[in-house]
Design a protein around this ligand. Structure first.
Ligand code: IMP
Length: 177
């Protein structure tokens, strides 16, 4: 039996709800009438994406993409691949990428380059959390939920080796890298 680190609350479910509401209001203002294509990065963004889109009361399309970067480890390998791609055309679409956490920036930089090559009409990024202290590549986040300290984040869809996704609050765990 592997010892379970204890999750500590960083942002409560009420703070998360208020922040998702704020982000939805910003996105609604910018994308209303544009039929945007929202692309969630699996698996970490699924809960955020579900809460966000039910607050967007206008036509939009949803896609998910699976990238490999971390595997089951905790450190980005820097070798990023598309494991499961998109079912929708990106060309000429207003694309909004939904990410759970921007850490080194390697994953999202790869994806923005990959999508940019498909010639979308516009390409923006919405991230639930940002850990700027670990950045290796600069990333422009158009819609940001929370800035987080250099801790391992779990909960609200975000995992530590597939654990803790179910937690309704955004938490951190003390783990060794
Ligand atoms: P990056 O390529 O280093 O920016 O890492 C981005 C991805 O790594 C995120 O989408 C997460 O899947 C994962 N990740 C980075 N930091 C954390 C964390 O603190 N908790 C859980 N997953 C993380």
């Amino acid at each position: 039996m592997i010892a379970q680190p204890k999750p500590h609350i960083l942002f409560t479910r009420d703070e998360v709800e208020a922040t998702v509401n704020r982000l939805a209001a910003e996105i609604r203002q910018d994308y209303h009438g544009k039929n945007p294509l929202l692309i969630g990065i699996l698996k970490g963004s699924f809960m955020f994406m579900a809460d966000l889109i039910r607050l967007l009361d206008f036509p939009l399309e949803v896609e998910f993409i699976t990238l490999s970067s971390y595997g089951r480890g905790r450190e980005s390998s820097g070798q990023i691949r598309v494991v499961k791609g998109l079912g929708a055309e990106v060309k000429s679409r207003d694309v909004l990428v939904i990410e759970d956490i921007v850490d080194t920036g390697l994953t999202i930089s790869f994806l923005l380059d990959y999508l940019g090559q498909k010639k979308p009409a516009s390409l923006k990024l919405c991230a639930l959390t940002d850990k700027p202290s670990r950045r290796k590549i600069p990333v422009a986040i158009d819609y940001l939920g929370f800035t987080v300290p250099n801790k391992f984040i779990v909960g609200y869809g975000i995992d530590w080796d597939e654990r803790f996704r179910y937690l309704p609050d955004i938490c951190f765990v003390e783990v060794e890298n």
